[in-house]
Design a protein around this ligand. Structure first.
Ligand SMILES: *Cc1c(COP(=O)(O)O)cnc(C)c1O
Ligand code: SF4
Length: 352
């Protein structure tokens, strides 16, 4: 059962028995810099007796967030350098992000936009008009991605109004909604919300951000089923996180959970260099090892693409592992179990 309120301060989390009172002074300093909110559905999943609980690690503030590591930046993926008007980030010609709000239901401690999320900042009606005019004015924009913040914290009425405007833009064929709400507040996915996400004449996809298999509860799976049954295909995105999902069993269970829920695994993100997130970042090498472990062991449907958003705003690229290597007389390809094979067949002996 989940009940109660979203907890929004270290004091409230201490009162709920989730953080030790002696940690409060340091955590108050964290909360003064980065927004804190944990929904009842997420709180219900936290095992307060487990010092390494993977749900707590994602959502409860940690004093380590006060330590900035070399290379970390307030704008790790270069949103600011690609924002032509308020609320729009346009880095790839065919896709534009539309950020309707800076609010999220639950704040992730590793958020790549942690310096801009939080508070009650929603795009003003005037700014929204300008953002829509920008999108309507560029015929290259084939896909509009609603992100933020979390667009599903907005009311169905507001979302329906945005969808109605996008429906009128001829060159926009696809609308993608990036959200965590079905996972952290599944009760918000009401029939009214589902109806609001329809965009007449456009293909609407919902990309769900989940990082641990325990978060795919029956309630969460049911919320996703409501979206998918209404004709909204779903994709997943997961951030590779140290101590949360940097384990082949855990990551495999998560990917299988997505596929069982009819959600196609899309991206496994390498952790961005957001300030104070070093303790949650795994290495690229670890990520590649995990991807190798998934390949061969799990259905092809369960394979996400491991991607890096190149710091500074240079775009997302797949970062392996690579199975094909150039040799002197041909190529060598590695199978899912580590065996090496010449290609074309017979071109060279890779295991002399
Ligand atoms: C991630 C991102 C996208 C979407 O990229 P896909 O590879 O299409 O999922 C679009 N614009 C910006 C600015 C992004 O950061
Ligand atoms: S839901 Fe997304 S935008 Fe919001 S805090 Fe988490 S990672 Fe950041």
């Amino acid at each position: 059962m989940t009940h109660g309120k979203t907890l929004r301060s270290p004091a409230a989390l201490a009162e709920a028995g989730l953080i030790a009172p002696d940690r409060l002074p340091a955590l108050e300093r964290v909360a003064a810099r980065y927004a804190v909110a944990v929904t009842p559905a997420s709180l219900a999943l936290i095992d307060a007796d487990d010092a390494h609980d993977p749900i707590a690690r994602q959502y409860l503030p940690d004093a380590a967030e006060l330590d900035a590591a070399p290379g970390e930046s307030a704008d790790p993926v270069g949103d600011l350098t690609h924002s032509p008007v308020e609320g729009v980030v346009h880095r790839y010609p065919d896709r534009a992000l539309l950020m309707l709000t800076h609010t999220c239901a639950t704040y992730c401690r590793f958020c790549f936009r942690r310096e801009s999320v939080g508070g009650a900042g929603t795009l003003s009606p005037a700014a929204l008009r300008k953002a829509m005019a920008y999108i309507a004015g560029d015929p290259n924009i084939w896909e509009v991605i609603l992100t933020g913040g979390d667009p599903l914290v907005l009311s169905p009425r507001r979302l329906a109004a945005v969808m109605a405007e996008l429906a009128r833009i001829e060159h926009c064929k696809v609308v993608r909604v990036h959200t965590k709400v079905p996972a952290v507040d599944p009760a918000r996915i009401t029939a009214e919300m589902v109806a609001a996400l329809r965009c007449p004449g456009k293909a609407v996809y919902v990309a769900l951000h989940v990082n641990h298999p325990r978060e795919l509860t029956p309630q969460v799976r049911a919320a996703c089923a409501r979206l998918i049954d209404a004709g909204l295909p779903m994709l997943s995105q997961t951030v590779l996180l140290a101590g949360v999902n940097d384990d082949p069993e855990v990551l495999g269970q998560l990917m299988r959970g997505f596929v069982e829920t009819r959600i196609k695994p899309y991206y496994l993100h390498h952790g961005d260099f957001a300030p104070g997130t070093a303790h949650l970042r795994a290495s690229i090498g670890q990520g590649q090892e995990l991807m190798r472990a998934l390949r061969g062991r799990l259905s092809g449907l369960c394979q996400p693409t491991f991607v890096l958003d190149i710091p500074g705003g240079h775009g997302k690229v797949p970062i392996g592992p690579a199975y094909l290597q150039a040799g002197e007389t041909g190529q060598c390809v590695e199978d899912p179990w580590g065996g090496r094979h010449p290609y074309p067949p017979g071109a060279l002996d890779p295991n002399p």
